[in-house]
Design a protein around this ligand. Structure first.
Ligand code: SAH
Ligand code: DHB
Ligand code: MG
Length: 234
């Protein structure tokens, strides 16, 4: 337990009163959130039975993404990496009537599963699952046509999806990118997974790109939350 008001050095020559999120504190946050309803619980159980990997976002992250989508007034959302449709359901539920979520998925097995489970939800009419490699499909989306864009597919392609996101998002649009902590290995010098190296490079790239103003939120496996800046006046 940290003493009340304990200070944690964050940067050389600077200190701050950030509170370390301990397991207890995290469980407290979880207990205050909405968690998974019966449909999301059923989806997860069926996905595990079907051998689909349990690499969906956490409920806390889903809830945060809903709040952010509502703040952004999002009506048009694009997702790269559908898996079982879990994050798609969280996001679709934050859209107003007439809103749309286009979600892109490489695996025919994942796409079919997601279509099935999204079809059982009250937001089925808002969601379109597009099957195939995302890089082949994104060029078909019009420039400045989306209010929010969530990247959560193959990590080596994140820079490419990032470029497409900056084209497809409207100025002021919301950019979300999963796994900024690289499965918890971002700071592990012994990490050998090429996806970890890809995410390290990606995090540097985002932090240095003036077209987006973003920060990593310490939720789930690290979530980039950014806003596409207006084009500079000329
Ligand atoms: N967003 C989901 C989890 C996505 S897991 C959730 O939180 O519920 C990553 C998904 O990206 C997997 O289903 C994988 O098949 C898919 N994927 C991998 N490479 C892809 C590609 N090139 N194009 C589209 N999807 C891809
Ligand atoms: C993996 C991918 C993800 O998007 C994620 O959130 C967790 C794990 C993976 O490829 O193992
Ligand atoms: Mg992910």
């Amino acid at each position: 337990m940290l003493a009340k008001g304990a200070k944690i050095a964050l940067l050389e020559g600077m200190s701050s009163t950030s509170t370390v999120v301990t397991t207890d504190l995290f469980q407290y946050i979880q207990g205050l959130g909405p968690g998974d309803d019966a449909l999301l619980q059923g989806l997860k159980a069926a996905a595990e039975k079907a051998g689909i990997p349990a690499i969906w976002i956490s409920p806390e992250q889903g809830h945060l993404m809903q709040v952010l989508l509502r703040l952004a007034g999002a009506r048009r959302v694009v997702e790269v990496g559908t898996l079982a449709g879990y994050s798609a359901l969280w996001m679709a539920r934050a859209l107003p009537a007439g809103g749309t979520l286009d979600t892109l998925e490489l695996s025919p097995v994942h796409a079919a599963f997601a279509r099935d489970w999204i079809g059982r939800s009250e937001v089925a009419d808002r969601v379109r699952v597009h099957e195939g490699p995302a890089a082949d499909q994104l060029p078909a989306f019009a420039a400045a046509s989306a209010d929010a864009f969530f990247i959560d597919a193959d990590k080596k392609s994140y820079p490419r999806y990032f470029e497409e996101a900056l084209r497809i998002l409207r100025p002021g649009g919301l950019l979300l990118v999963d796994n900024a902590f690289a499965f918890g290995q971002i700071l592990d010098p012994a990490a050998t997974d090429p996806d970890v190296a890809a995410i390290r490079r990606f995090n540097q790239l985002v932090s240095q790109d003036s077209r987006v103003d973003g920060t990593i939120v310490a939720i789930g496996d690290g979530l980039w939350v950014g806003v596409k800046r207006d084009a500079p006046a000329r």
